[in-house]
Design a protein around this ligand. Structure first.
Ligand code: URA
Length: 249
């Protein structure tokens, strides 16, 4: 069974009185911050994790790899692993058929996705639906759509390494549970994160890759295609590669 931070605190009889934010290190930090704001002190040192905080964060680390679909959804919904938890409206887990043969992976939710809780609902989403229709696929029918990050980066900035690292186990577990036959990676960021490479999208397109044993086809992100419509011909080639690969499996 997965233990939450609250479960661990209750087991240690530290609830309800014990609060992480009231730790001496955090309190010292907020006092220092107030002093700095009032001009009494220049630099504010970062709060140092106390041994009990460190122990708790280690024990409370959820066992993502053992989760079922519902547990994984709940875990993502409550995730506080990185600072995006503070700025998101909601997490965006994914949408579609959890037993799909096709898994489409994008970068991260944008403003509309953050508002509605579903991936690819804006203009790029419409183009994605058309791309899927071109190979006779439909959102939700034998297709699951997810992102590398489950939370929106503020101002749609690029996700950073720590965010990807914290979120990757969720996508990995989604792949294990869905067991797709093929993954379509949309754009440089999804491709580089899934394939753990810094290679350019041009060099990754046109051939098959693997993500934990599942074939991966890389293509351009629909948002990029909206800005660069001449690249749609190449995206069509990628979709044909994906379709032919699936048909040959
Ligand atoms: N772009 C993405 O990569 N994912 C979304 O969900 C929306 C836009």
């Amino acid at each position: 069974m997965t233990m939450t931070r609250e479960d661990v605190l209750r087991e240690l009889e530290l609830l309800p009185a014990w609060k992480l934010r009231e730790s001496p290190a955090s309190r010292a930090h907020s006092i220092a911050q107030t002093d700095a704001m009032e001009g009494k002190q220049d630099a504010v040192p970062s709060p140092v994790e106390t041994p009990i905080e460190k122990l708790l964060s280690e024990i409370a680390q959820p066992d993502i790899q053992g989760m079922d679909w519902q547990q994984l959804q709940d875990c993502v919904r409550n995730c506080q692993s990185c600072s995006l938890a503070q700025t998101r409206t909601q997490t965006v887990f994914g949408v579609g058929d959890p037993n799909a043969d096709w898994l489409v992976v994008g970068e991260a939710p944008g403003a509309e996705e953050d508002r509605l809780g579903e991936p690819f609902v804006g203009q790029a989403g419409k183009l994605l639906d058309n791309m899927l229709a071109a190979i006779r696929l439909k959102r939700g029918e034998n297709v699951y759509i997810a992102n590398v990050l489950k939370c929106r980066p503020p101002q749609n900035r690029d996700p950073n390494g720590e965010e990807v690292q914290k979120c990757d186990p969720y996508l990995k577990r989604q792949v294990e549970l869905i067991q797709p036959k093929l993954i379509l990676a949309l754009g440089k960021f999804a491709a580089q994160s899934l394939l753990n490479t810094q290679d350019s999208i041009s060099s990754l397109r046109g051939r098959l890759h693997q993500y934990h044993g599942v074939p991966v086809v890389v293509t351009f992100h629909p948002a990029y295609l909206l800005r660069s419509p001449l690249e749609k011909a190449k995206a069509w080639e990628d979709l044909c590669l994906a379709r032919d690969t699936m048909n040959g499996l």
